[in-house]
Design a protein around this ligand. Structure first.
Ligand SMILES: [Zn+2]
Length: 401
């Protein structure tokens, strides 16, 4: 079953329930968030299938995967065969770039009116594309304005730096829902982004951090570009890509763009309310140190392959939000070693690996690392070193996973 791409992992909510130190209404909301997430998994699966079906209809995708064409282009016996493969690959790249060049930003922010339905009702529109920001009286929590602005900045980030036209690269409309009922989370369900409310005790809220919106949007980009199944190492790569691009949206989109050295590399900074001992939900620079709190538990992310956690599917889909700490740190290291703005250095390398057409649905860490090294150009030594510092080539567990 394909799960939902939610920013707060289930184990965080389970931790709050198990510790039992938070007020009872908060524990109840953690429970209801887990229940709602489970219900939504069926929806996610259905929409995941429909996305796959749409992709198969696109003539530009072709029946032969690009990695086979690449192999033919290099290894075929005759020059005529090699040239045909190269030509087919070039045509697809041109088609893809042409499709992405027409800017089409179309946002709508809805009030989910505390509904627990998915998708939430669409009868209360708070903001449409081009509208002025809502007043404090109209949007007292500022969630609608934050959602609208965050979607716009995320769209612009992808369009400006990667010529990616919305998450489907065809200008799909961006629908955001705020005030989802009784939900401690933000999630992407394959079509829309849905945000619950904070409580000011454990969670502050989910719309005011650009990296959270960028993270969820990136799950859409991954879904349409190289749909990595959301489980085990493959799912941890999916999660890590969402964090890497989410944090770049934040580094670029906040008041002053930050270089890799200037950035703090925190994911979900500001999610925790003042009473929680934590800086963020995750820390790409120092995985495993984002929070440590009596009510919530401790950040479980490993920072190196030697601490990889082999987990069953029942635990975080095999550790998708946990083992993502390893590729997250590799991205931080590559971005810092290359220097400058991450979206000009390591970002394009990761994007080329993601969109190369060679990232297979059974990809493990080594496969993705190899693709980034292959696409690193002049930065190849730095990218290889970044991965080596987190345990590349990850060899000893390959057969087990
Ligand atoms: Zn995610």
């Amino acid at each position: 079953m394909a799960p939902l791409c939610a920013i707060v992992p289930q184990y965080v909510l389970e931790g709050i329930i198990e510790k039992g130190l938070a007020p009872q209404p908060i524990i109840n909301r953690c429970q209801s968030t887990i229940e709602k997430t489970k219900q939504l998994q069926d929806v996610r699966e259905a929409q995941g299938q429909s996305i796959a079906a749409v992709q198969q209809q696109q003539p530009s995708q072709g029946i032969i995967p690009p990695y086979i064409l690449e192999s033919i282009a290099r290894n075929a016996v005759t020059e005529q065969q090699r040239e045909a493969a190269r030509h087919t690959l070039a045509q697809r790249t041109e088609h893809r770039i042409a499709a992405g060049r027409v800017r089409h930003l179309n946002r709508t922010v809805y009030d989910a009116q505390n509904s627990r339905d998915n998708p939430p009702p669409r009868d209360s529109i708070l903001l449409k594309e081009g509208a002025k920001p809502l007043s404090a009286a109209e949007d007292p929590t500022n969630n609608a304005n934050e959602c609208y602005i965050g979607l716009g900045k995320t769209y612009d980030f992808y369009f400006n730096f990667f010529q990616q036209n919305s998450f489907d690269n065809k200008g799909i409309s961006l629908d955001g829902f705020v005030h989802a009922g009784d939900l401690y989370n933000a999630y992407f369900d394959g079509k829309q982004l849905v945000f619950g409310d904070g409580d000011g005790v454990i969670f502050n809220g989910f719309t005011d951090e650009l990296d959270v919106i960028g993270h969820e949007f990136t799950h859409g980009v991954v879904q349409y570009t190289s749909p990595l199944p959301y489980r085990y190492q493959t799912g941890a790569l999916n999660e890590s890509l969402a964090d890497a691009f989410g944090t770049m949206v934040k580094q670029w989109g906040e008041s002053n763009p930050q270089t890799a050295d200037q950035a703090n590399w925190l994911i979900g900074e500001g999610i925790w309310a003042a009473g929680v001992n934590g800086r963020a939900l995750r820390d790409m620079k120092n995985p495993g140190t984002a929070y440590n709190d009596a009510q919530v538990g401790k950040d479980p992310q490993p920072a190196h392959w030697k601490d990889f956690k082999k987990l069953p599917y029942s635990n975080d889909q095999g550790g998708v939000h946990i083992n993502s700490g390893i590729p997250n740190r590799a991205f931080f290291l590559a971005a810092t070693m290359i220097g400058g703005y991450a979206w000009e250095g390591a970002g394009p390398i990761w994007y080329r690996a993601l969109s190369s057409g060679k990232l297979r649905q059974d990809a493990i860490f080594k496969d993705f690392a190899d693709l980034t090294i292959e696409n690193a150009g002049q930065h190849v030594d730095k990218v290889r070193e970044a991965w080596t510092l987190v345990g590349y080539p990850f060899s000893e567990k390959r057969d087990e996973l």
